[in-house]
Ligand binder design. Structure first.
Ligand SMILES: [Zn+2]
Length: 313
């Protein structure tokens, strides 16, 4: 008999739970608003979601939770920019103490990468990097389907790597300040708000990503240039990523992963930024789209079951 696992994706505005069987087939789905009052309300909301799902599809044997931000390795406390209620709390430990099941907690972009590495777009590759470009820009690196987190648990925080000054100067762009305390971070240029900032810098007017795409398709020169600059900065950064990690494939996620020109043009542009003789890995759209967060959290939960099975043998 298959065991049930719950994958929970925590976002700034919504928390979604999807129950899965061991083949990662979705069985039950529920979405609620993210509580804004404080940590206790957050823990109670997650416990309520799990209990409701247990009643619907049977008690889960493990729970995986994907949360934006990361854990400070010195204090064990959560560091999250977009969910203030969690900041400074030992969220993983509190969830473990409140739920009946074993819990595995990871960064939400790590969950996205796990999902695409396990039965997703990069399933046939030994290694992959999943990069989520939406509100921010961050990802995760998987080898043989397993996530590598690094010493600080921050492997994949690609959005806070600096862009080459030569690339920014080449496009006449200023060095933007970043909320992380650094300057010239990738996230400030390639995320949704980054694309808008590039367009505003070039045109002196404000437009969202879809508006920029629509104008570019209609032949507007500032919109086309904004997309070309965005593409070049992303390509330059992915070339650095290739030199550091050399993944077998890169899978894009998040709102900007819907821009189809990225898959047509990025590989050639990444290769152009690489040392001569090296080539870009395949750059692929996600197999699971917005479901990647909960599915990746379920993969996290599944890893707990597999570890338990291995110990029992
Ligand atoms: Zn930064």
């Amino acid at each position: 008999m298959t065991r049930i696992i719950h994958g929970i994706d925590v976002g700034g505005t919504k928390i979604e739970l999807v129950s899965h069987d061991e083949d990662l087939t979705p069985l039950h789905r529920r979405r609620i608003d993210t509580p804004t009052q404080g940590i206790q309300e957050f823990i109670e909301a997650v416990v309520g979601l799990v209990e409701e799902a247990d009643d619907c599809v049977g008690a889960a044997t493990a729970v995986g939770v994907g949360i934006p931000g990361f854990v400070d390795p010195r204090t064990g406390c959560h560091v999250s920019a977009n969910i203030p209620a969690l900041r400074g709390h030992r969220v993983a430990r509190m969830l473990q103490a409140s739920l009946k099941q074993p819990v595995n907690v990871a960064n939400d972009c790590h969950c996205f990468a796990l999902s695409e590495a396990n039965g997703g777009a990069a399933a046939r590759f030994d290694s992959m990097f999943g990069l989520v470009i939406g509100t921010g820009a961050a990802g995760g690196y998987c080898v043989n389907g397993r996530l590598l987190k690094g010493r600080n648990g921050a492997l994949g925080e690609t959005g806070h790597t600096p862009i080459s000054a030569a690339v920014l100067q080449g496009h006449g762009l200023p060095i933007f300040e970043c909320a992380c305390g650094q300057r010239g971070c990738l996230e400030r240029y390639v995320s949704g708000s980054g694309l808008r900032a590039i367009y505003t810098h070039l045109s002196d007017s404000q437009l969202d990503g879809q508006g920029i795409m629509a104008l570019a398709c209609a032949g507007d020169s500032a919109a086309r240039q904004a997309l070309a600059v965005h593409l070049d900065i992303l390509a330059s950064s992915l070339a650095s990523l290739v030199l550091h990690l050399d993944p077998g494939a890169i899978v894009l996620g998040g709102g900007l992963s819907k821009l189809s020109h990225l898959y047509e043009e990025l590989p050639e542009q990444v290769t152009r930024h690489l040392v001569r003789g090296l080539i870009s890995p395949p750059i692929l759209p996600p197999a699971f789209g917005d479901a990647g967060g909960t599915r990746g959290a379920a993969v996290l939960a599944l890893s707990l079951l597999r570890a338990e099975d291995a110990r029992a043998c």
